[in-house]
Design a protein around this ligand. Structure first.
Ligand SMILES: [Zn+2]
Length: 245
């Protein structure tokens, strides 16, 4: 059987460039651009919101959900969970999860801020009735490269770091070619607003704004041309659960 080609597009909805900034241009200006663009391309994505973003912009989350996108959770105030003690970290997850369920009802997936999730917190995700976690990165220990069952959860690791999607197309095209046949991309709404380079790293400001959107379009066209099915992270996790139970 031919190997399935699946791609997930995900966006972490948070304040701008945490912890460098505390503004919300990404949600106010970047997110509508992404949403309009996905609609034109007829692609559904997963949006991991912080609890804070959900409290500030519940209508944006509901609108996304009502138009068929998935809403997940990305911490409460984008706090690094690995810097908190276990109980505080779990309470933070629970608090953000409760807000998300109040706003949109159904929430199945979690992604830790900065992709930093101590593995002991997987139990907390189970207790909060999550179906999957998407906090591990294929390029960081323990190097889980494809969706994997861990207890009752599915781990849906991200495949590459977000700034890859803002590299000049000829360079990133070579990278996409060598990624696994099931891949999870992520970026942030603030990357689709113009980020000025003010004392921050070049990889943060490079090709932000309209250039980022043009590059996202190239990626979606590349995925279509190479017969990738674009699923939400929850659809991918469910597919794995169906195949392993
Ligand atoms: Zn984040």
């Amino acid at each position: 059987m031919k190997r399935q080609r699946i791609a997930v597009l995900s966006f972490d909805v948070e304040q701008d460039i945490p912890p460098f900034s505390n503004t919300w241009r990404g949600v106010e200006e970047g997110l509508p651009r992404i949403v309009q663009f996905l609609e034109e391309k007829k692609v559904k994505a997963t949006f991991f919101f912080t609890g804070e973003a959900l409290k500030r912009y519940p209508d944006k989350a509901r609108e996304l959900y009502d138009s068929g996108h998935e809403i997940g959770v990305h911490g409460y105030k984008h706090e690094r969970l690995d810097k908190l003690d276990h109980d505080t970290a779990c309470k933070t997850i629970t608090k953000a999860t409760n807000i998300a369920r109040q706003v949109v009802g159904e929430v199945y997936g979690f992604r830790a801020p900065n992709l930093q999730l101590p593995l002991t917190l997987l139990k907390c995700l189970e207790d909060n009735s999550y179906t999957y976690d998407s906090s591990l990165a294929a390029y960081k220990p323990p190097f889980i490269r494809k969706p994997t069952r861990i207890g009752s959860l599915v781990e849906v690791p991200v495949t590459v770091t977000s700034s890859i999607l803002r590299l000049p197309w000829p360079i990133q095209a070579r990278i996409h070619k060598h990624l696994s046949s099931i891949r999870v991309y992520f970026s942030h709404p603030w990357e689709y607003t113009r980020v000025e380079r003010v004392g921050i790293r070049l990889d943060i400001s490079m090709n932000t704004g309209n250039k980022a959107l043009t590059l996202l379009e190239k990626l979606i066209d590349y995925l279509a041309m190479n017969k990738f099915k674009v699923l939400t992270a929850h659809e991918l996790a469910r597919q794995l659960l169906r195949n392993t139970t």
